[in-house]
Design a binder for this molecule. Structure first.
Ligand SMILES: C[S@@+](CC[C@H](N)C(=O)[O-])C[C@H]1O[C@@H](n2cnc3c(N)ncnc32)[C@H](O)[C@@H]1O
Length: 205
């Protein structure tokens, strides 16, 4: 990762959250945490290719857990939206964000921009997007980049195929060698950032 201020910010955030990663499947559900070092590389590559930009991109993590992906992505996008079905998991967000901000302040690094909006609800329910719109003015069809870490990736793909705007992007994290295919989404970049962990799709029309 570059040694610029941005590189140091992203390394601080990734280092903090990556020490607190989850990975379990079972009766209590499915929860895994994105490796933020890898995601930062993917995001930097997407920015370098002009697919995203801090002045224009509306981002949504469709299962955001403690909002760690939103905190990282807030530096790369204009609006960083996260939706989480489990309110208990989402309730971890404020304390973690406060702790990472303390680290950033101590290192005299810029805090996450005030563009993060997280909400409890299902990413499949229209009512959730009504509440997103009330709080941010963003509709599902305004979202430029959708994200999931495997969770419901095929179901979310169907919703994006049907309801997202043409040109909308979908970053699916958690797949390496064998990538999923979706009927009406085109594989745009099989391995953005060369991390072997995510693939970028686009809705053509
Ligand atoms: C694999 S974890 C990923 C968490 C986070 N995005 C990350 O990458 O670190 C998936 C999360 O999606 C949530 N989830 C599952 N179904 C959902 C739904 N329909 N709407 C919103 N969140 C959902 C789960 O509770 C879980 O916290």
């Amino acid at each position: 990762m570059e040694k610029s201020i941005t590189g140091r910010v992203l390394a601080t955030i990734a280092g903090f959250y990556d020490e607190r990663r989850y990975g379990y499947e079972g009766f209590e559900g499915y929860r895994k945490s994105t490796d933020l070092f890898k995601l930062a590389e993917c995001a930097a590559a997407m920015r370098a290719s002009g697919y995203i930009g801090p002045e224009r991109t509306v981002f949504a993590d469709l299962g955001c857990a403690d909002g760690r992906v939103n905190v990282l992505m807030s530096y790369f996008v204009k609006t960083s939206i996260g939706i989480e079905i489990d309110p208990e998991i989402l309730s971890e967000y404020p304390q973690r964000k406060e702790d990472v901000e303390t680290l950033l302040r101590e290192a005299q690094l810029p805090l996450p921009p005030p563009n993060i909006f997280l909400l409890s609800g299902s990413s499949l329910e229209p009512d959730t997007y009504r509440r997103v719109f009330e709080a941010t003015g963003v509709r599902f069809s305004d979202i430029d980049l959708f994200y999931t870490y495997i969770t419901l990736h095929d179901v979310f793909a169907g919703k994006i195929e049907n309801e997202a705007r043409p040109g909308a992007l979908y970053l699916v994290y958690g797949f390496g060698r064998i990538l999923p295919r979706y009927e009406r989404l085109e594989l745009l970049v099989p391995d953005p950032g060369g991390q072997g962990i995510a693939a970028l799709y686009v809705k053509r029309d």
